[in-house]
Ligand binder design. Sequence first.
Ligand code: UDP
Ligand code: MG
Length: 338
Amino acid sequence: MIRPALSIVIPCYNEEACLDALHARVSAAARAAVGEDYEVVLVNDGSRDASWPVMQRLAAGDRHVVAINLSRNHGHQLALTAGLDLCAGDQILIIDADLQDPPELLSEMRRVMAAEEADVVYAVRRKREGETFFKKLTAAAFYRVLDRVTDTPIPLDTGDFRLMSRRALDALLALPEQARFVRGMVAWIGFRQVPLAYDRAERIAGESKYPLAKMIRFALDAVTGFSTAPLRFASHVGLWLTAASVLLVIYILGAFAMGHALPGWTSLMLVVVVLGAVQMFVLGMIGEYLGRLYVEAKRRPLYLVSDVAGEVKRHVTLGFRAEDVAPNTPSGPEPDAG
Ligand code: UDP
Ligand code: MG
């Protein structure tokens, strides 16, 4: 297999308006860093606009471009995984298609990686331009809550924009889970990881592909993937409620023994409503874990590839995920049982 010095992996969903500018800036940054020895891996995540034809055109006109068409929209993190599976470089840059993250940071990232002998250089957002107050607020809150509940220290205010070494990427790809929170998984693998601060720009065209529903799902994947604290929450609440109920029972029996009548619509409703809410909430939380467990148990492929344009350096099975191994290696006879 030919290994380019650098692979740039870009998941794209409805990014037709960004692709040309993206290609130009990413290619210039790659040339400045490694000369001609690079590949740009564009992953079309089931876009409904003309992203795929544009990618095909880019791949036809530039031998550095490899484009992969997924069979449908699999979501940002899985599209990214498809690109990472397929790329072949010694160093891998992950970047968004909307140029919110400047590709020009690549040279600085490589410098830091060499100087610090790091396996991962992750870009930390100092400023976020052109994003709504709501997005910034929810993002800031999300990273801080995540930091409180997870056992893996996941860097704050850090997206997927990062430079990785081949061994770090191979470690990442060895993690099999379906519910992928890539930035957390990278933090989990360890090795030496160093931050690099930058200012996040505005999207150059189009709008955010993360509506509220996707953001919530993303946040739940992150929390459930890296923490069991929400499950422990149930036992804590249960413990406090048990203590409270003992006091309440003593009070009720005492009042009964002293012959007080106990009118109680208000107090009764209070208990019913509070307990009902807490139970439903805890049940929902257990459901989030259980649902993910169920999905993992099915062991479906993470994504399906329908077309490829350009020269892919690793083996791809169309309709299945990319793997580095030969597709039809004859397997030996089944060993005898017993
Ligand atoms: N993206 C994707 N599949 C999706 C949603 C998003 O591949 O289902 C890509 C999108 O094209 C972009 C990146 O993920 O390259 C980040 O998305 P976006 O910029 O919309 O997110 P934001 O910066 O608003 O958080
Ligand atoms: Mg963006």
